[in-house]
Design a protein around this ligand. Sequence first.
Ligand code: S3P
Length: 433
Amino acid sequence: MDKVLTGKSPSLKGTIRVPGDKSISHRAIMLGAIAEGTTRVQNFLMGEDCLSTIDCFRKLGVSIDITEDSVTVLGRGFLGLKEPSEILYTGNSGTTTRLILGVLAAAPFHTILTGDSSIAKRPMKRVTGPLRQMGADIDGREDGNLTPLSIRGGHTKGIEYHSPVASAQVKSAILLAGLHSNGTTIVTEPARSRDHTERMLKAFGGDVTVNELAVSVEGGQTLTATSIEVPGDISSAAFFLVAGAIVQDSEIRLEKVGLNETRTGIIDVLKSMGASLSISNIREVNFEPVGDLTISTSQLVATEVGGENISRLIDEIPIIALLATQANGVTVIKDAEELKVKETNRIDTVVSELKKLGANIKATEDGMIITGPTSLKGDVEVSSFGDHRIGMMLSIASCICNGQIVIKDADAISVSYPSFFAHLEQLQTVKSV
Ligand code: S3P
């Protein structure tokens, strides 16, 4: 589906609640499915990626009910999972594909899983390699690197694994396998990745030890069902934080946003660029910090983004690139090679689409360099290339473009933010007083 956006917004004003956090929604279903008892998940993200996780666990024999405001998972413990008679389809979701492999590694049956054409290109060896070391029998194209994958699990043993990448998907897959393996499983990362699995395991009564960059679990644990309230997704809020900073005459309040420090790199970047941003009402829900964010139109200066902060904002780099087009000076984004293995190669897609809008941006081996400020053109056709975050970044860009823009494949946005355009229109229609 193509989306036609009319260009420059006179202002963006109002309060919104972004949908539930994608990473936390996936984990609530997965842990609920292997726990004993009934888990109720509120503010679950009804985006396509998380619905893929529900669909896969239903095929593994777990009963999951969806109502308008919550999801109920009837867990019968890890041993309650059943060999699926159908192929599991993980859609566009890297988190579903990689984390479910961790669950299946320890499950004593055979499963085949596959995803869409983007998933078919994404590297799975980073997960299938360590899961094989634990004893899972996995095969697939390129020696188990690419989907479709076949996995026969069971009889796994704990390992000590030093991950070459800071990836929560890798860490979580190994920990999920470790929960039902013999002995201790330890994962060490080069930098800290998002720690939602560790926090949620505690909410389900699990035992997990975090020692700086090392996380460990003992095998043979039983998880107990609980209630989870999913905070708003800071990665979705990021689009409206940037919109509030770069669109003239704007003030946007975002309520109940997750503020886990492994995810708040975007807030640090906005602050270092001089954005007028305030945080209030901070509290903790299910071991996750949550708060309200208010941002208004700001004078921005360039910054440098790299090093250990990359994993704290990896999904926000497309929208940070747009932000940098409006900042005074040269913004350098480095150490972000991981962008190449996301839903699209996000170094290529961000640079090519922002260039079409007239941005001064160039790709580097591990990131991009953006010189600002530049005024962005209209009457241009751009594409999401099927990548939800590229689609949302371009839609926010349209609010400062000098004319209409057409976004091809804009429906990809429903992967993580089905109400995105409704929220954008709501902010555009609130008039200044
Ligand atoms: C995610 C981890 C990150 C992130 C992705 C969601 C998760 O990927 O980019 O959108 O829920 O664990 P990596 O683990 O590959 O860094």
